[in-house]
Design a protein around this ligand. Sequence first.
Ligand SMILES: C[S@@+](CC[C@H](N)C(=O)[O-])C[C@H]1O[C@@H](n2cnc3c(N)ncnc32)[C@H](O)[C@@H]1O
Length: 221
Amino acid sequence: MAEEDYKVWLEAVCRPGVCLEESQKAYRDWASTYDEDAEKYKYDINSIKIASILKDYFQEGERGNVRILDVGAGTGLVAKQLKKYGFEHIDALEPSEDMLNEARKNNLYENYFVEFISGTPSSLPANSYDVLTGGGIYATEAHVPAEAILEMIRLVKPGGVIILVGSYTYIRTSKNYDDLEPLMGRLEVEGKWKKLIHEIWTAESAGSTTVERITCCYRVI
Ligand SMILES: C[S@@+](CC[C@H](N)C(=O)[O-])C[C@H]1O[C@@H](n2cnc3c(N)ncnc32)[C@H](O)[C@@H]1O
């Protein structure tokens, strides 16, 4: 596939003004070739970064006991990377059945929760996970809303870790995320979580000339 075609998919899932239904339909159509494209155009860099950070937070011997929720799990790129380091108990929360079906083919998750995360409580009980991950879950439109941070914190046990890696270009340019970083800061002041990493990578280090990326990693209090 030419890089131009990849950009067509990105447009389809998150161009300015796209509605949720259109974006989800695009993920349905993209699902079967998503992994191939992600690898080819280095979109899997989000999942690689998440796994490389988490492996340093847990000793090899304890990784098999860590309970992880992967939000916006898609086809399972994050789980694929985490499994390389011995993390085994990973659940997926993702609205697209077709994206999840790709993950199911590779047996990547223990439980599959087909739903959207938002600022209000999901169907999952509070304090369920040691770690919550999100790779590429913020985009111009029709993706995870800023206020979903509150639900992420609810789902993670005190002392657990939330790690989000994705495009900073989207966060910087989309009105939907005007409150994302201020909210992250306020939640720290309110004692809900503590910053471990909040880092914007240069375009060069992200392996891309056009996309800046961000790593946000917090410990829930
Ligand atoms: C760009 S994909 C990233 C998938 C995967 N994490 C990865 O690293 O390849 C974004 C995913 O977020 C999902 N998504 C969109 N809105 C969501 C929401 N409110 N809650 C959870 N997932 C959502 C989409 O269906 C899509 O699968």
